[in-house]
Design a protein around this ligand. Structure first.
Ligand SMILES: Cc1cc2nc3c(=O)[nH]c(=O)nc-3n(C[C@H](O)[C@H](O)[C@H](O)COP(=O)(O)O)c2cc1C
Ligand SMILES: CCCCCCC(=O)C(=O)O
Length: 344
């Protein structure tokens, strides 16, 4: 894996409780482990004797041109990793030519992060207070977000084996509530367990922005999201942090790509750690992938430069992998790149 050494450095630098919060999964961590294993199960079929002297990894996604099909996944509370928090993440992401999905649970204000960012989307947790949610997405739109990402898999926060909730994290109220204007107490910032498909069009109407839905693992849910106006889907199990035992994203992706038939871009995250994984995801029909924990390791060890390096390393590894597979551009990647699964 590309990021093992970086993760080890981050583990040394961060308080144990913070490292565990970032690295951990829910329950027995079986989904967390399966995310990486499922990518590795997919064997590649390289082409030979193609001119790969120049490989183009650039891509276009909902109107943004990106240096590679790798985006930064929304993750909460970056001040736990680095004093510059999301400002550094935004800067490093911009410098790498990538796109940041900013968490509702950021530890810096939307407007301040936006001033450091290139293209960015805003991840939405629908809060029990719908007025607060509306104000949040309207602020994001005013600050320049190009899309919303509604996280659908977190009606309640998954129970982590390593940490019990957020209470032990060294996080001030100011950082915890950075985005939640007017709230004075953490208990008021709970996510709504009654989120439904109707929230997709509501968020789009409130903000004027396209809405992608993150956390989809089934074809029937994917179709329902599109029916309710979603402009894209992110196949995700929250990095193995919500329902433990949920299937790996590499295993969920094919049925969603097949059911949605190019009606909207399908993205995927969870355990993507190399250019080979990026190629596998694209071969299964994903338009792009998102990277979670490795970005936190980069932030913790090097601030903005660390984030930039994580993304550039993966871009370079993706280009190298494409070349070895006999492919000089992303549009040449198709299902033929994958070998049939081995008989059980
Ligand atoms: C520490 C941490 C915090 C996260 N916070 C959020 C969040 O605020 N919103 C969200 O939609 N997903 C959140 N996620 C899930 C990520 O967006 C993403 O789905 C996952 O990390 C991808 O898996 P990976 O870490 O294996 O790359 C979080 C993940 C981690 C590890
Ligand atoms: C009460 C704070 C919960 C934040 C959840 C952030 C998240 O999605 C994750 O840690 O995973």
């Amino acid at each position: 894996m590309l990021y093992e050494a970086l993760e080890a450095q981050a583990r040394e630098r961060l308080p144990q409780v913070v490292f565990d919060y970032f690295a951990g999964g829910s329950g027995e961590e079986s989904t967390l482990a399966d995310n990486t294993a499922a990518w590795a199960r997919l064997r590649l079929r390289p082409r030979v004797l193609r001119d790969v002297s120049s490989v183009d990894t650039t891509t276009e996604l909902l109107g943004s041109t990106l240096s590679s099909p790798v985006l930064v996944a929304p993750t909460a509370f970056h001040s736990l990793a680095h004093p510059d928090a999301e400002l550094a993440t935004a800067q490093g992401t911009r410098e790498a030519g990538s796109l940041l999905v900013l968490s509702s649970r950021s530890s810096r204000r939307i407007e301040d992060v936006a001033s450091h960012a290139g293209p960015w989307w805003f991840q939405v947790y629908v809060f029990r207070d719908r007025g607060l949610t509306r104000a949040l997405v309207q602020r994001a739109a005013a600050a320049g977000a190009r899309a919303l990402v509604l996280t659908a898999d977190t009606p309640y926060v998954g129970r982590k084996r390593r940490n019990r909730g957020d209470t032990s994290l060294p996080l001030s109220d100011e950082d915890f509530l950075a985005n939640l204007e007017g709230l004075t107490h953490r208990a008021l910032a709970e996510q709504a367990p009654d989120v439904t498909f109707a929230d997709i069009s509501r968020l789009s109407e409130d903000s004027g922005l396209p809405v992608l839905v993150k956390g989809v693992l089934r074809a029937d849910d994917a179709l329902e999201c599109l029916h309710h106006g979603a402009s894209g889907l992110i196949v995700s199990n929250h990095g193995g942090r919500q329902l433990d035992g949920a299937l790996a994203t590499a295993d969920a992706l094919p049925e969603i790509v097949s059911a949605t038939e190019d009606r909207a871009p399908v993205l995927v995250d969870g355990g993507v750690r190399s250019g080979r994984d990026v190629l596998r995801a694209l071969a299964l029909g994903a338009r792009a992938v998102l990277l979670g924990r490795p970005v936190l390791w980069g932030l913790a060890t090097g601030g903005a430069a660390g984030v930039r390096q994580v993304l550039e390393t993966l871009r370079e590894d993706t280009a190298h992998t494409l070349a070895l597979a006999g492919l000089s551009r992303l549009s040449a990647v198709g299902p033929d790149v994958l070998a049939p699964p081995r008989a059980p």
